[in-house]
Design a protein around this ligand. Structure first.
Ligand SMILES: C[S@@+](CC[C@H](N)C(=O)[O-])C[C@H]1O[C@@H](n2cnc3c(N)ncnc32)[C@H](O)[C@@H]1O
Length: 276
């Protein structure tokens, strides 16, 4: 017999009595996946079709496995655009918009070459390319699977000035060829117990050796060769990594180092200029 929506609303409340966020995600799912209206969701006690029931049962199954809602919907909103995401890439985080916002405010001149090192879904590089149509952005990743996703987003968002490159950090970039390198590298310590809660996202996108600092070291050192003099390096990092990241950049010859805070007041992005 066909079931109505209240049956599943109650089922979800029973399954997760202390987690209102799952109920909120369920409502989001009903709107985004099943295209149900507010009236159907809140007023009508809507009668579901067999396909809709199957879809809701799939949602419940995936949530029981702890799959994030962005992977279930295969999309993530970032800087005003929807990016396709699946388990091949990190889900873009809201705090990562800070680095895009900062770079947009630089009003980059035409023909500037920008590198997004560790592009994943392409969220940083593609957003910069959309906002600055005269620059050229290269999105690098070591994961070929991530590059498939970045290219899918490039195509769906119709971005001409973003190109992906398969590269181990900056190794494929010519010396003294770029004006700005931006990176949100993996920065969680491989020993960090929080990694246990992030089992659905690729480990290569999350964890780094040397207390989470290894990739800042590699990228900073390579950037000194790849940037033009006066070029800029901008990193997103963990809220407690400001001083270590600044130190690494200083050691590699970056000057005018400054750190920006995210909306929660955490130091989150550190930038520097390559000195002489
Ligand atoms: C924290 S994720 C960032 C993804 C995306 N830029 C974002 O902000 O959501 C780090 C990315 O770096 C990539 N990565 C890890 N090691 C790499 C390496 N040696 N060379 C290039 N990319 C690498 C991962 O595959 C992943 O896509």
């Amino acid at each position: 017999m066909a079931k109505n929506l209240n049956f599943f609303k109650n089922k979800i409340k029973e399954a997760w009595p202390d987690q209102d966020d799952i109920s909120t995600e369920f409502i989001f799912y009903l709107k985004e996946k099943l295209y149900l209206s507010d009236v159907s969701i809140y007023v009508d006690n809507y009668l579901l079709s067999k396909d809709e029931e199957d879809s809701i049962n799939k949602f419940i199954l995936l949530k029981k496995e702890g799959v994030p809602i962005d992977y279930i919907l295969e999309k993530s909103s970032f800087f005003g655009n929807n990016f396709f995401v699946d388990s091949r890439v990190l889900i873009p985080r809201p705090e990562t918009e800070l680095i895009v916002d900062f770079i947009n405010k630089l009003n980059l001149q035409s023909s500037k070459i920008v590198i997004d090192a560790g592009t994943g879904s392409g969220c940083i590089g593609i957003s910069l390319a959309i906002q600055n149509p005269n620059i050229k952005v290269y999105g690098l990743d070591f994961s070929k699977e991530a590059l498939v996703v970045a290219n899918k987003n490039k195509k769906s968002l119709k971005v001409e000035n973003f190109v992906t490159v398969h590269s181990n950090w900056l190794s494929k970039i010519k010396n003294a060829s770029c004006d700005l390198i931006v990176s949100n590298p993996p920065y969680i310590s491989s020993e960090d117990e929080h990694l246990q809660d992030l089992t659905h996202e690729p480990l290569v996108a999350l964890a780094a050796l040397n207390n989470g600092l290894a990739d800042f070291e590699t990228i900073s050192s390579q950037a000194t060769l790849k940037l033009v003099r006066g070029g800029m390096l901008a990193f997103e990092h963990g809220f407690n990594q400001k001083s270590q990241v600044s130190k690494i950049m200083k050691k590699n010859g970056f000057k005018n180092i400054e750190t920006l805070k995210d909306h929660q007041g955490h130091p989150r992005v550190t930038v520097g200029i390559l000195g002489n």
